[in-house]
Design a protein around this ligand. Structure first.
Ligand code: URA
Length: 357
């Protein structure tokens, strides 16, 4: 096989065989195929797409490109959540401790910023000392101790996605349903979760700006999950304006802490409770999303979710004092104030531009 022939094959709109997908992933991770050829291939996939069988094989190959987590030693329902990416989307930060305090095991493997969207890991790393680089032994240890871990990909964990993700970010090939599906599902399946709730964003700040594309992405994610024997649900949520009131790494950590203290902005709270309640249903902790919301509200009120966040920070080297003293979080020294000479209300925001800023 020659890589150039495979690029031409996809450029001309043909489907890959299982062997061809294995060839591409094995050789790319092994350092035998240069980035410029994979960039051309990603662009061909962007324009020509992939069928369901190709996406499933790609997901499986990417998932097995490094080591996978075995969490069978941990008792409790393992359920995770992942977002397709948005602006001001800090949901994972309060959600992981919240649902863990309600009894779920959350092995969360998150990403970095992609395109105009922020990354959970970049946000968490604004907390002094916090580390998302966790080895397999500590991943299992922290999970059994506190019910949640928020980690990044080490060079051994889904290396195929780590490399492809970085390349897509700089080659204009992010907004592709097959590539987003394989990227998300490979990470989530390798982390040892049984259930997954997908937050599929739609609107001006999402990769899938139209509702129709968001539905197609949600379908592809759910079908791929089923094919891999996982229990998966997708919730489509609005990204026509930034989520919450803050955008930016440390600002979003601040807002996540405010939410856990019971002072969250309403729209942000709605998304967190919706996703969390579906996670609890998937994990068998409650029977309906309504029961789930009641339980989660209780965990915020009685302070258990916030306490769990402190434990996660301690496990991962972060300074738990930021919870009571948010001034310990770094703040940018560049400020620009925009004011109007008259009063009014904002009717529309170009969310993508806010993300880029
Ligand atoms: N999140 C991911 O992990 N991968 C994508 O491609 C998009 C969002």
């Amino acid at each position: 096989m020659r890589m150039v022939d495979l690029i031409i094959k996809k450029r001309n709109g043909n489907a890959f065989s299982n062997e061809e997908i294995s060839y591409i992933i094995d050789r790319y991770v092994g350092g035998e195929i240069p980035d410029y050829q994979i960039s051309a291939l990603l662009m061909a996939i962007y324009f020509q797409g992939m069928n369901f069988k190709e996406v499933s094989v790609l997901t499986d190959k990417m998932m097995h490109s490094g080591e996978t987590m075995d969490l069978t030693s941990i008792s409790g329902p393992r359920v995770d959540k992942h977002s397709t990416g948005g602006v001001g989307d800090k949901v994972s930060i309060p959600l992981a401790p919240l649902v863990a305090s309600a009894g779920l095991i959350v092995p969360m493997v998150s990403g970095r910023g992609l395109g105009h969207t922020g990354g959970t890991l970049d946000k968490l790393e604004s907390i002094p000392g916090f580390s998302s680089r966790i080895n397999k032994k500590h991943f299992v240890e922290y999970l059994s101790r506190s019910g949640a871990v928020i980690a990044g990909q080490t060079h051994n964990f889904v290396p195929a996605d780590k490399q492809l993700y970085a390349l897509r970010d700089v080659t204009g090939t992010v907004e592709s349903i097959p590539l987003i599906t394989a990227s998300i599902m490979s990470k989530k399946l390798a982390s040892g979760t049984d259930g997954l709730v997908m937050d599929v964003k739609t609107g001006s700040g999402a990769f899938m700006s139209s509702l129709e594309d968001a539905r197609r992405l949600a379908d592809m994610l759910v079908e791929t999950g089923k094919f891999m024997n996982k229990n998966i649900r997708a919730v489509i949520t609005d990204m026509n304006e930034p989520l919450g009131e803050y955008v930016g790494n440390s600002l979003e950590v601040y807002e996540a802490i405010e939410f856990l203290k019971g002072r969250g902005e309403e729209r942000l709270g709605k998304v967190i409770f919706q996703l969390g309640s579906h996670m609890l249903v998937l994990g068998g902790i409650v029977n309906t999303p309504e029961e789930g919301i009641t339980l989660l509200e209780e965990k915020i009120k009685n302070g258990e979710a916030l306490a769990r966040f402190g434990e996660i920070l301690k496990n991962q080297g972060g300074d738990p004092a930021v919870i009571e003293n948010p001034e310990r979080l770094p703040i940018s020294d560049k400020k620009e104030v925009f004011s109007l000479p008259y009063s009014g209300y904002i009717s529309h925001i170009n969310t993508r531009k806010v993300g880029l800023a």
